[in-house]
Design a protein around this ligand. Structure first.
Ligand SMILES: *Cc1c(COP(=O)(O)O)cnc(C)c1O
Length: 366
């Protein structure tokens, strides 16, 4: 880094490394064609959409009304309780920028969990309190509640990435009530379509401090669109509108999001969720046959977490054969753990056949 940049860079950014996204870890260029990507919890389906270029000369609406209304309808909330963002990740950042004063306030996270809560907090110079999940990946309600008056936002991911576990209803109610007058409780429902019965949207009317994050990146198969939603009280939404960019949602994205949320789009979503659930159970069954693999957590999303003592060698073998999955072993209590996204039939079969070969080779050389 040049002396000038070194001198100017924000104090709180000095020690930071950027989020190691799946795309950044394996920046593949042209080689991407032959690779199988089961490392970012993307959908294996690439669905088709129509685009109308008639309005591309105009700035888009800050909050495209068609998308807002359709998503609110899908989530059974009011449009006033809905914010469209550039992915759920932007929702995370807007919450931190709206409700945490830099250098003063803190958020609470429950690791092992999604990495962006901490990264957004760090880039915004906001503190982080950790209340790790218990051994069975349930919330440590006592530890969370001990931070009352210390934190402004409590992030809870359900189903949790990367453990695939859903938060217990009673536990979450206890947390919401405990922080009723002191903090917002943010429930990240990025994977909720895979466990729809546990969605919290209908509880917004009971808990004014509840915030829900959603995305089109996972079950909706639109990670490339960068479109997410925040569901919360109109007060919270209005506050976030103070900090959001003037034109966060490009017009082509709004068009596609709206099509994804039509009746036809939602029917297709349902079919694809069913398909992934079926594939997930096949992959789980196949993985459970390996003596050296232990399934970890639960399966309430579109990925599977497992532990193997040969983690490093297996990762290396898979990468060498064009199969990318995600190393989660640096996360708290997830030593030797790998996470694999459920893909299409062919991708999943390839995964299992590579793992089979790997353990056969390993046995042969022992
Ligand atoms: C993928 C993911 C997100 C990010 O979603 P985008 O809408 O693509 O920004 C947020 N939270 C969790 C838990 C995720 O796994």
């Amino acid at each position: 880094m040049s002396e000038l940049i070194d001198k100017l860079v924000c104090e709180n950014l000095k020690g930071l490394t950027p989020y190691e996204s799946a795309r950044r870890l394996f920046s593949v260029g042209d080689g991407g064609q032959q690779q199988i990507w089961l490392n970012a919890n993307e959908s294996p389906f690439a669905n088709e959409y129509d685009l109308d270029d008639a309005r591309l000369n105009r700035y888009p609406d800050c909050q495209p009304q068609g998308v807002l209304r359709k998503y609110a309808g899908y989530a059974s909330v009011l449009p006033e309780q809905t914010l469209v963002t550039r992915g759920a990740d932007e929702g995370i950042e807007l919450l931190i920028r709206s409700f945490c004063t830099p250098g003063k306030d803190k958020i609470l996270i429950c690791p092992p969990t999604y990495g962006m809560y901490a990264i957004s907090a760090e880039t915004c110079n906001v503190g982080i309190v950790k209340a790790p999940l218990k051994q069975d990946f349930s919330l440590d309600v006592e530890a969370i509640c001990a931070s009352k008056d210390e934190v402004n936002l409590v992030f809870i991911c359900s189903p949790n990435n990367p453990t695939g576990t859903t938060v217990d209803t009673k536990q979450l109610r206890a947390v919401l009530e405990h922080f009723a007058d002191s903090a917002l409780v943010v429930v990240d429902e990025a994977y909720i379509e895979f466990d729809w019965q546990h969605n919290w949207a209908s509880e917004l009317k009971n808990y004014p401090n509840l915030v829900i994050l959603r995305t089109l990146s996972k079950a909706f198969a639109l990670a490339g669109l960068r479109c997410g939603f925040t569901l919360a009280s109109p007060d919270i939404i209005q506050t976030m509108l103070k900090v959001i960019a003037p034109y966060p949602i490009p017009d082509p994205c709004a068009q596609i999001a709206q099509q994804a949320l039509t009746e036809k789009g939602l029917d297709r979503l349902e079919t694809q969720i069913q398909f992934i659930a079926q594939q997930r159970s096949n992959v789980k069954k196949a993985l459970s046959q390996f003596q050296q693999i232990e399934l970890i957590g639960d399966d309430k999303a579109n990925f599977i977490l497992f532990r193997t003592p040969s983690k490093n060698q297996l990762m290396k073998f898979l990468v060498e054969h064009g199969m990318l999955i995600r190393d989660q072993s640096k996360q708290l209590n997830l030593d030797n753990c790998l996470r694999v996204t459920v893909g299409n039939e062919q991708q999943n079969q390839r995964l299992i056949s590579l793992i089979t070969t790997f353990f056969e080779l390993q046995e042969a050389t022992q």
